[in-house]
Design a protein around this ligand. Structure first.
Ligand SMILES: Cc1cc2nc3c(=O)[nH]c(=O)nc-3n(C[C@H](O)[C@H](O)[C@H](O)COP(=O)(O)OP(=O)(O)OC[C@H]3O[C@@H](n4cnc5c(N)ncnc54)[C@H](O)[C@@H]3O)c2cc1C
Length: 476
């Protein structure tokens, strides 16, 4: 593929209207690099459609001329999925202008929003209707629901509400050949053949471009209790989670594991973040109970669980928040760990999951491997431990050369991912495959599963125009 001739550019420009096909280098620049600045691509243009029809029409033209397209949402993804390759022959389609909330149906507990709606705007729209949309990520002020759907995003409420896949009722999707699949159902029961929409969830723009979604809403949260507890070790964290669930049932909505180094990084790099406890401890959990009933004694349930754990030494110290300001401060600490890591230097990231009960053994084995083999790095292993999901990251020590450190990435990744396989885990818990993990998917996915994925890709996108080279390697 090469960059299209001027008449074709004019054709694409007519689809989106005046000023909405960007071609000047300075206009393109923000769309050509991923959030972590690992990938730098080129594109002949960025299209900014503002209707689903325009997205479909762009795809029809690109398909007819075999032009590769790269859908881009908020560009906060961690796997390079929204960055074009370096050929200069691809078109980036930015979904940012498809940002209308089309309908909120409080009685049906559902909302229809366009793909380019910011996640935070969807949360606000739900709140305005006295409802709750539970997906919550550190990037919620800039990621879009189209990106969340396409990466099947997770976040801090998966424990209670599931991942993005679990929050979807229906989708509207522009297909590779320019047809618009309109399946914005608001039904909770619909057993009419294959569940086609589920194929687009987590497909990272390789099977179609999502233009709108019908999402599930939930009862508004009226009682919340949040605690920051220093725990003896990761095993104590897993035990505490089991006890909290036993004591409060489905009220446990978040349970995050945080190592000491993350407290040090956030207090050093993020203004306003403070260490919540007086003394330093090796491990912490940030846990939250929530309920839709204002009278639910979440606070009491939390303290009744923490007190005996303190006496037994499972918990070494704890603070239960008294107001929203204190709660926000704790969440700020947790949500800014990735940013603090970024400011501290380069890091080797692994978004992995293992069965919850295996978390302590995994941290022990993998941590020892890092200490033995990566002495120039510092382990920052944190995450959504209630889902068995760890961000098993290694930051460069301040004395280490950045390039030399990053060059170790492949070897380190192989060792960590091999260990993940030993623990029956996943090499991508919530961030997807994108460009970053194409070879990893080939190495670790069951061969039959890969064959089926390729067959699905071919059925949906026979000319291979949709996000080429992402998730699956291009077949020649
Ligand atoms: C500070 C921070 C915290 C984060 N925390 C979490 C977390 O807790 N959990 C988690 O899961 N992720 C997290 N992320 C990662 C990221 O925010 C999510 O992956 C998010 O879902 C990406 O959304 P986006 O709109 O930025 O998508 P982009 O980065 O723009 O795109 C991601 C992929 O989806 C495709 N895509 C985008 N829009 C569409 C569309 N409309 N149709 C088809 N394909 C599309 C792109 O081509 C690309 O392959 C975090 C990121 C940051 C920076």
């Amino acid at each position: 593929m090469s960059a299209p001739a001027p008449p074709l550019l004019e054709r694409l420009a007519r689809v989106v209207g005046p000023g909405r096909l960007l071609t000047a280098d300075s206009d393109l620049a923000p769309f050509l690099t991923d959030h972590r600045e690992i990938y730098h691509g080129r594109a002949f243009a960025v299209a900014q459609p503002d209707t689903a029809g325009q997205v479909a029409e762009l795809l029809a033209v690109c398909n007819a001329h075999r032009i590769g397209v790269v859908p881009q949402g908020g560009n906060t993804g961690y796997c390079g999925g929204a960055t074009p390759d370096d050929s200069g022959a691809q078109l980036v389609i930015s979904l940012a202008r498809l940002n209308r909330i089309r309908a909120v149906d409080a009685l049906n507990d559902s909302l229809i929003g366009e793909a380019g709606c910011l996640l935070a705007d969807v949360q606000r729209a739900a709140q305005a209707a006295q409802r709750f949309f539970p997906l919550s990520l550190g990037s919620e002020g800039s990621c879009q629901i189209g990106g969340n759907l396409s990466t099947n995003a997770g976040g801090v409420h998966v424990l209670r509400y599931g991942m993005m896949r679990d929050l979807v009722l229906g989708l509207e999707v522009a297909l590779a050949d320019g047809r618009l699949l309109s399946s914005l159902t608001r039904l909770r029961k619909d057993n009419t053949g294959y569940d086609i929409k589920s194929l687009f969830l987590g497909a990272e723009g390789t099977l179609g471009i999502i233009t709108a979604a019908s999402l599930k809403l939930f009862a508004r949260i009226r009682a919340t209790a949040t605690a920051f507890a220093a725990v003896r070790d990761p095993g104590a964290a897993v035990e505490l989670l089991a006890r909290l669930r036993e004591a409060s049932g489905e009220r446990v909505s978040s349970f995050e594991l945080i190592p000491r180094i993350a407290v040090e990084l956030t207090t050093r790099h993020i203004p306003g973040v403070r260490d919540p406890l007086d003394a330093a401890h090796a491990w912490y959990v940030l846990c939250e109970l929530t309920s839709a009933r204002a009278a639910d004694p979440c606070d009491a349930m939390l303290t009744e669980c923490l007190e005996p754990a303190l006496e037994e030494g499972l918990v070494e110290d704890a603070v239960v928040v008294r107001n929203e300001r204190e709660r926000s401060a704790l969440w700020k600490l947790r949500e800014t760990i990735p940013e603090a890591q970024r400011r501290d230097g380069a890091s080797l990231k692994h978004d992995i999951s293992v069965p919850v009960a295996a978390i302590p053994a995994f941290i022990e084995r993998a941590g020892q491997w890092v200490r033995d083999h990566v002495p120039e790095g510092r382990l920052v292993s944190y995450g959504h431990v209630g889902d068995g999901n760890l961000h098993f990251n290694i930051n460069q020590a301040s004395t280490t050369d950045r390039t030399a450190f990053l060059a170790r990435g492949e070897t380190v990744k192989r060792a960590i991912h091999d260990l993940v396989r030993e623990f029956d885990g996943s090499i991508s818990a919530e961030h997807g495959i994108g460009r970053l993990k194409v070879a990893e998917l080939e190495r670790y996915a069951p061969p039959v599963e890969l064959e089926l994925m390729r067959a699905v890709k071919h059925a949906f996108d026979p000319n291979g125009i949709l996000n080429p080279g992402k998730v699956l390697r291009e077949q020649r």
